[in-house]
Structure formats: C-alpha cells, structure tokens
Design a protein around this ligand. Structure first.
Ligand SMILES: *Cc1c(COP(=O)(O)O)cnc(C)c1O
Length: 388
C-alpha cells in the first residue's frame, strides 16, 4: 500500500465502533476490572492492554498505529509534545557514563535538554557538523551509544547523509535516532535509510492546524520494549482530545504536504530571483549544497525553509515584517497558515559556527495560493527598500 492509503486506513476500525468512521475519544484514568483474576492479570506489559489511562487507550492507540504505518516502525508511543517525544527517546537509550553525538543543526530545545538535563545525569554530548556523513566514525568513542540526526535542520536546512551516518554508527554498535518532523514522515523514510528510532513533533504537520501539541516516537526491534518501558516510566502521556486531533490530522497529511511542497518551491524560486536575497536555504533548489542528497533520499519538501537577506537595519526589518497579513509571525509551524520569523543561528551552533552576515528569515509556506503569498512578499520588500 502507498502512504496515502495507509494513513487514511491505519488506526481505524469502524466495525468495532458502530460503523462510525473515526475512533471514539476515550477520556480515561481508572479502568475497571470485573474480577480479581482479571485485575491480577493486568500487568500492563502488553502495549495494547488497557490498564490505566496514562499507559494508553484505544484513542492513543489510533494515532500510534497511524504513525507506525506512516513511518514503518514496529511500535510507537504518543507523548504530550514533540519535546516530550525527544526526551523519551533520549532517556530510553542513554545512561550515566554514555556519550551521544548530536547534529549541530538539531532543534534548539534538543540541544538545551542535552546540555542541561542529560549532562546533569552524567551523559556527555558532542555536537557534530550535520554534513559529516561517514566521517561520523571518527567521533565515535567506546562509550558512544547514540547518534542523533535531524535532516534538514529546521533553522539552517543542512541535509544529512543518513545512510552513511547510520552505516558508520552501526559498524560500531551505535544506534541512530532521527527527528523527522520536517518531512512529516511523508517525504522521507528514516527507517529505510538506517534510523533505529524515528520521532516527530506531531504538533507540526500531523496535527496540521496549529491547535494541538503532541509527539510521537516509533521504534524498530530490538528497541521497542525499552522505548515503551521508558514512555510508561516517564508518565508523559497524551490527552485524549489531542490524540484525536492527531489521528484526524494524519488522514489529510499527504494532500496538505503536497501543497506545502508546491507553495514552498514557488516561494523559494521567486525569492531566489530577488535582489534583497543573498541565498535561499531550500533543499529543493539546485543551488542548495544538500540538493543532491535531498534528491537521492527525499521525495519532496515540506513548507519550511530559510531566506538569507543581505544585511538590513532593524528599522528596515520592522518595515518589512510589521504589516504582513497572510504571513503570521510566531513559533512552531506545520499548520495550514503561512509564517515568517527572523531567526539567528549564532547562539545555537557550536561545531560549525554560523558566520553569514545578513538577516536570516524562516518561512513556513502554508496552504494559501502561492500568488497571494508572493504578492505579499513583494509588497514587504517594497516597504523594506523604502525604509532604507
Ligand atoms: C517543534 C519541533 C519539535 C518540538 O515539538 P513541540 O511539540 O513544540 O514540543 C521537535 N523537533 C522539531 C524539528 C521541531 O520543529
């Protein structure tokens, strides 16, 4: 089955639910057992067992199953946010005395968690050049347990050679975790490229409407039991209504992402022709240093990319951004609406310092018509130039 079909089908069983298309929303803490024998037997070891609300209900199973079907994992857990998914994946496979290699382009809160909490519990981290490829082998130490990948990075958009990284890691018995939020699980299949654990901020494209937070982690054997045990131990469960919104959102993921792709490409190509723009950081452009890898491993691009402007004053930037109507200014992305925020990678890069001058903007191309988005950007550049 193709992705489009799988995500419409997976995690739904209308026959078990009066024929109703969507799974029911179970609000649950206590689960009752009719007899002493069934109470004693309910140990919660089976991921499908319903023993207590926090451990999972048919509502959370639905989104977990759909996510597994999309990413191709053997088991998934659903957490209260993308950040919680990251924490669950890291804590599951690291112990005091271990070492982790993390891409320098990783999501900033991943960096913060590693340098703060993981360090506090005795895990050492090294940040590596996202484009390192097979060269990762030289950074692997006897106590390295995990190579953490994220491709492309959500601020600087470097494409990683995941197959080369995974081969080098596996050669030395090291596992690979991938944050696949950017591709939404639709344009990139990390398990097929060597990842052992794949996670997403479902908050972004899976929910798709900027109205819920959730995180998903999928594992392949032999990592499923440890992931599931850690999920239960951490107690970071997903509320039923947000689980429902996640399973609802995933049904339309493919059509939405196809449009995000088309709109993102249209904006990126138009922006590349503008005199105000120094460089467009979109892997779908042939000018992007990671374009060939992207073409080899990805089947498309989501709506998120970067635009590096020539240096501008704060007043010019304000003139450009303050009167935007279609592009909202705010964090997160993956909803139906377009976003545009100024970003500064300097503070979040250590392995490969960010040395570009000029203002970096991050654009999320939403589902509006590309012509309207381009018209608005054209007007915004007019204001920027007038303020010079
Ligand atoms: C947003 C994001 C997360 C975290 O997701 P939340 O649901 O906001 O906690 C993780 N990884 C990436 C790449 C993200 O963009």
């Amino acid at each position: 089955m193709k992705d489009e079909t799988r995500i419409v089908t997976a995690g739904r069983d209308p026959e078990s639910n009066h024929g109703i298309v969507n799974p029911p929303v179970y609000h649950a803490s206590t689960v009752l057992f009719p007899t002493l024998e069934t109470l004693r037997a309910a140990q919660g070891n089976d991921p499908r067992e319903v023993v207590y609300g926090r451990n999972g209900t048919p509502t959370t199973f639905a989104i977990q199953d759909a996510f597994c079907a999309l990413e191709g994992g053997d088991l998934a857990v659903a957490c209260g946010s993308g950040k919680a998914a990251i924490v669950t994946a890291l804590v599951a496979f690291l112990e005091a005395g271990d070492h982790i290699l993390i891409t320098d382009s990783s999501y900033q809160p991943t960096r913060t968690f590693t340098l703060g909490m993981l360090a506090k519990y005795g895990v050492e981290a090294t940040f590596y050049d996202p484009t390192i490829g097979a060269g990762i082998a030289e950074l692997i130490r006897p106590n390295t347990r995990v190579v953490y990948t994220e491709s492309p990075g959500s601020i600087t958009f470097e494409v990683q050679d995941l197959p080369a990284i995974a081969r080098a890691a596996h050669d030395k018995g090291v596992m690979v975790i991938n944050d696949n939020t950017w591709a939404g699980g639709y344009f990139f299949k990390p398990f097929e490229h060597g990842a052992d654990i794949v996670l997403q901020a479902g908050t972004k494209y899976i929910v798709g409407h900027s109205d819920a937070m959730l995180g998903l982690v999928a594992a392949r054997e032999p990592y499923c039991e440890r992931l599931r045990k850690t999920f239960v131990a951490l107690g970071s469960c997903l509320g039923p209504d947000d689980a429902y919104l996640g399973q609802r959102g995933i049904r339309t993921l493919a059509v939405r992402l196809d449009r995000h792709y088309a709109n993102g490409m249209a904006l990126a190509q138009w922006l590349e022709s503008r005199p105000e723009v120094k460089r467009v950081l979109h892997p779908g452009l042939t000018s992007h240093p990671g374009h060939d890898l992207w073409k080899r491993d990805f089947t498309g691009a989501s709506g998120l990319f970067g635009v590096l402007l020539h240096p501008v004053s704060e007043a010019q930037l304000g003139a450009m951004l303050d009167d935007l109507e279609l592009f909202g200014m705010g964090w997160s992305w993956g909803g139906y609406e377009s976003l545009l925020v100024p970003v500064d990678p300097v503070a979040v890069r250590t392995a490969v310092p960010w040395q570009e001058d000029g203002q970096l903007l991050r654009i999320h191309a939403g589902l509006e018509h590309a012509d309207d988005l381009i018209a608005e950007l054209e007007a915004a550049f007019g204001r920027l130039n007038a303020a010079a």
